[in-house]
Design a protein around this ligand. Structure first.
Ligand SMILES: *[C@@H]1O[C@H](CO)[C@@H](O)[C@H](O)[C@H]1NC(C)=O
Ligand SMILES: *[C@@H]1O[C@H](CO)[C@@H](O)[C@H](O)[C@H]1NC(C)=O
Ligand SMILES: *[C@@H]1O[C@H](CO)[C@@H](O)[C@H](O)[C@H]1NC(C)=O
Ligand SMILES: *[C@@H]1O[C@H](CO)[C@@H](O)[C@H](O)[C@H]1NC(C)=O
Ligand SMILES: *[C@@H]1O[C@H](CO)[C@@H](O)[C@H](O)[C@H]1NC(C)=O
Ligand SMILES: *[C@@H]1O[C@H](CO)[C@@H](O)[C@H](O)[C@H]1NC(C)=O
Length: 331
């Protein structure tokens, strides 16, 4: 496939080639090269999309940098792969969402930074991804019991779908509109050295969420949010969760599984060396009645809990809906 970049851009790419002996050449691109302002106010979405597209189609391995000391306001985007070569997204500055849910008018309300179909992407850099979720939380029923309230879908802050070989390491994710970092139908994933921070009363702000994913390592993270620190649903397998500091929040959760009579199969999960503080739950497995599948070969060990209301919960009658769930037990 030919690389089709504008000439000026091609020159820029050539100028940034970092040749290192016989090793593979790399190219460094920054958001600012594509006209981003980085003042936290201007709309840097197009610059981000252009930078992604240049990095993703580069013939050399690219490093796409979000420069430090600046904040880039990004509207909902889809970043698609697969890319030509391995790609590193180095977030050293801040990526910030528009504050108002109104900015999602006419767009998918479930997505902010949606990354589809990428292989071999690493995200690092020590910077911050800020979902600015305050207005979204304020409008939900779980927080505000008065009517009218907004109970509709909210964006997952950083959502990978259909990915392989993705790592997200050493960044801060904060104030997600809903889940902070999620992987759906992904394999060979690593999420480590992360700080995930949202207020204890922010609704459904899970830290790291897996759906239908396998070969995942979630390690060395500090997670303090309003919902599960780590949760997994669907068909997840070969998941290692280790060295996690969790709390406040709702603990570490497998499920809910089998909702609406679905088939979910979770196996080979090991959770160890975790410190849970001020969480409502510790470790939890929950399934709905009527579902099919299994949750097997799960190990939880070396978990220290301090001020945890429900340390261990295995609930096979889970029912999180306004109307009661009829008992489906048959002798
Ligand atoms: C910001 O830029 C993106 C990409 O060009 C566009 O889709 C979005 O509507 C812009 N937002 C506003 C408020 O102009
Ligand atoms: C899991 O992913 C599937 C799509 O693969 C989706 O239909 C389902 O709603 C997701 N489950 C959750 C709890 O997000
Ligand atoms: C899990 O696998 C089963 C059997 O292959 C399938 O029916 C079900 O839809 C899968 N669940 C998800 C969430 O992908
Ligand atoms: C439950 O599954 C049925 C049949 O697949 C579907 O028609 C219905 O919309 C689902 N309900 C929910 C709440 O997902
Ligand atoms: C226990 O955790 C709750 C939050 O879940 C907090 O409000 C409370 O102050 C904590 N108590 C102690 C003694 O730390
Ligand atoms: C737990 O709650 C207590 C009391 O509110 C607080 O002093 C302590 O800092 C909390 N610990 C964590 C890790 O949040």
């Amino acid at each position: 496939m030919a690389l089709s970049l504008p000439l000026a851009l091609a020159a820029l790419v050539a100028a940034r080639l970092l040749l290192s002996g016989a090793a593979e050449a790399r190219v460094l691109l920054t958001l600012d090269d594509f006209g981003a302002v980085g003042d936290g106010i201007a709309n840097d979405t197009q610059a981000f999309l252009d930078a992604w597209s240049a990095a993703c189609t580069s013939n050399e391995q690219a490093v796409l940098a979000v420069p430090p000391g600046k904040a880039y306001r990004i509207w909902p985007v889809q970043l698609s792969g697969p890319c030509k070569k391995k790609l590193k997204l180095m977030i050293s500055g801040t990526i910030v969402a528009p504050a108002s849910p109104d900015e999602w008018a006419g767009r998918d309300p479930m997505k902010w930074l949606y990354i589809y179909g990428v292989d071999d992407l690493s995200v690092s850099g020590g910077g911050t991804i800020d979902g600015m979720g305050q207005e979204w939380w304020a409008s939900t029923c779980k927080r505000k019991k008065t009517q009218p309230c907004y109970a509709g879908p909210r964006p997952k802050a950083v959502h990978f779908e259909e990915c392989r070989g993705v790592s997200v390491q050493g960044v801060t994710l904060q104030n997600g509109q809903q889940f902070h970092l999620t992987f759906t139908r992904c394999s060979d994933v690593k999420a480590s050295f992360l700080r995930v921070i949202a207020p204890a009363d922010s609704p459904n702000t899970d830290g790291i969420h897996l759906n239908d994913s396998s070969h995942v390592r979630i390690m060395d993270n500090l997670i303090s949010t309003g919902d599960d620190c780590v949760s997994m649903v669907g068909n997840c397998s070969d998941v290692r969760v280790k060295d996690i500091s969790c709390g406040p929040g709702h603990g570490i959760s497998i499920g809910s599984l089998g909702k609406n009579r679905s088939t979910d199969m979770v196996e080979n999960v090991k959770v160890d060396t975790c410190l849970l503080t001020n969480t409502t739950n510790g470790v939890r497995i929950k399934s709905w009645q009527g579902g099919m599948g299994f949750a097997r070969n799960l190990r939880f060990e070396s978990i220290v809990m301090k001020n945890v209301s429900n340390p261990i919960i295995i609930d096979q009658y889970y029912c999180d809906q306004p109307t009661p769930c009829a008992n489906q037990f048959q002798a």
